[in-house]
Design a protein. Structure first.
Length: 551
């Protein structure tokens, strides 16, 4: 990403800390300077990347420390669709300026309108040009944001941020909902951006285009010059050196402990001999008592010195271990949900979607599935993938036709609307009538890296990746195990290791899967047997050969 910035002032974090409302710390004493270099922040789910982004953007107040920031910041969160009735103008975040501009052009504007518009008299034309370049409808399109796909919503919000006049862009997982064309569009727009840029992302392609990566870990922030490939190489060298230091510290501690044990045994034997000799010594009682006391004090001094040395060795091991990033393995326990080979899973007859992009308004979907099939649902943003999944899940009625699903199903929507933000994962599962005991649930959630604290915290306080894991848990471990999984962008928000774990688990799922995703690697890992692909003339369903089960 070639970048010529117009920035003059950096954003500086000074001993930044954040605590939740209950006083639990998320991170402390973060120090970092963000200058004109396009930067990505990476880290494991739940470590605090999104909260850090909101702090930098000024949307949250730090619990400690301060942020030195000059210039305006445009922030785009992970989820951009806030209100079902929101129009395109409102969704861009530019509606106040556009409305002020309209009043000024009509001769009814005020001094405040002049100040709001500034020198952006051509903003409406620029916005319309940008929307067209992003493949979006006209600025005056009557459709609400609710009628648009996640990818379209993301492009609208990103377009508004790019045209906001801000000096800084802070983007949280900006490619989550974008199709291949959308990602290419965003890459081109960011390459042309001349302000400061901070992105939170697990998208390896996007990470390959930045010039610096800052990793957030429980130990703080660590900056790496270069893109994702350079970051991985540098980090692996650092971790290799850190593991060697840890191994050396542990070996030294083990060696010293053996030496101290031998030393302790030797001195203890000598002290015992000294006490016995004192008893048989031909001397006054106070002399014998003094010698016995001296032998006892020697042992006390030895124990004290050895304890101090052991503590020093333990401290060295702890310090060395703190520099090693421990990779906790993520495991996903799936229910037994086998589908018999000839069992009918679903049937759609002459179904017409409520909305979508098919050119023929009379187009119908006729579709039947049998057995443990794995279907990759593909198509451009806005074509109707999520709509089709919602109809199969029973969340939405088709405009016409029959939809029948003949097996228990579970739907994981890309906006995670199934989660009650005020309830914890444990509460949600219990309300769904899960057959698992609470201790069993906690064990399964721990395998998803959702510890006891996260399992009992309201889901609104979880990170994007943690909320996705929570939604997956609620879909899988309810009272009736699902034999059909309806997955809408399931890898969104997940860090790389979590994505690989979910891929591995789903590849062994004994039921049927229909997955919509723009992540080709994720779809390929599911080993799809069929593809349901959108075309301008309608949906096309076809079997994939064993040699070509890739999208």
């Amino acid at each position: 990403m070639t970048h010529v910035s117009r920035l003059t002032q950096p954003i500086v974090l000074h001993q930044l800390g954040f605590r939740f409302a209950n006083g639990v710390p998320l991170f402390e004493s973060l120090q970092q300077v963000f200058d004109a270099t396009p930067t990505a922040i990476v880290g494991r789910n739940g470590v605090g990347k999104s909260i850090l982004a909101r702090l930098i953007a000024g949307e949250l107040v730090p619990s400690s420390g301060r942020i030195e920031r000059q210039g305006r910041v445009a922030f785009v969160a992970q989820e951009t669709c806030a209100l079902p009735s929101m129009t395109l103008r409102q969704a861009t975040g530019l509606a106040p300026v556009l409305e002020a501009l309209a009043r000024l052009k009509a001769g009814t504007g005020s001094v405040e309108d002049l100040e709001r518009v500034g020198d952006r008299w051509d903003l409406e034309e620029r916005v319309q040009t940008a929307l067209t370049r992003a493949g979006l409808p006209s600025l005056d399109d009557a459709r609400s944001e609710r009628r648009m796909s996640g990818g379209q919503c993301a492009r609208i919000a990103l377009t508004g941020a790019l045209l906001s006049g801000a000096e800084w862009l802070i983007l949280d997982e900006p490619t989550n909902h974008l199709d291949r064309a959308g990602r290419a569009w965003l890459s081109a727009e960011l390459s042309a951006w001349r302000g400061g840029l901070i992105v939170i992302s697990h998208d390896r392609q996007l990470l390959s285009e930045v010039e610096r990566i800052v990793e957030l870990t429980p130990n703080g922030l660590r900056s790496y010059g270069g893109n994702y490939a350079v970051f991985c190489a540098q980090r692996e060298r650092e971790q290799g050196a850190a593991r060697n230091v840890l191994e050396h510290a542990r070996a030294e501690r083990a060696r010293e402990r053996r030496r101290l044990e031998k030393e302790h045994d030797t001195i203890q034997r000598r002290a015992a001999v000294a006490r016995r000799n004192a008893e048989t010594l031909n001397a006054p009682t106070f002399v014998k008592s003094g010698k016995k006391q001296a032998a006892t004090e020697i042992m006390g001094t030895v124990r004290k010195n050895q304890s101090a040395l052991k503590s020093e060795l333990d401290a060295k091991v702890s310090a060395a271990a703190a520099r090693v990033t421990m990779e906790d393995r993520l495991l996903l326990s799936l229910p037994c949900a086998t589908v018999a080979p000839r069992k009918q899973v679903l049937r759609l007859e002459n179904v017409r979607l409520p909305w979508g992009m098919t050119q023929d308004p009379a187009a119908r979907v006729n579709w039947s599935l049998e057995g443990p099939v794995r279907v990759a649902l593909t198509g451009v943003n806005g074509c109707g993938k999520s709509t089709l999944l919602r109809i199969l899940a029973g969340d939405l009625q088709a405009s016409e036709g029959l939809c029948a699903v003949h097996v228990p199903s579970a739907y994981l929507d890309q906006r995670l609307e199934s989660l009650d933000p005020a309830r914890s994962i444990i509460e949600l599962l219990q309300r769904q009538g899960t057959l698992l005991t609470e201790s069993k649930l906690r064990g399964y959630l721990a395998l998803l890296q959702l510890d006891a604290q996260r399992a009992t915290r309201p889901t609104r306080d979880l990170s994007g990746g943690e909320r996705l894991k929570a939604a997956l848990a609620c879909a899988l471990w309810r009272e009736m195990p699902a034999q059909l999984l309806l997955l809408d962008e399931p890898s969104n928000h997940l860090d790389l290791e979590s994505t690989l774990a979910v891929e591995s688990a789903l590849s062994h799922y004994p039921g049927a899967i229909i997955a919509a995703s723009h992540d080709d690697d994720f779809l390929c890992a599911l080993k799809p047997t069929h593809c349901m692909q959108w075309t301008p003339d309608g949906w096309r369903f076809e079997a994939l050969s064993s040699e070509a089960q890739a999208i």
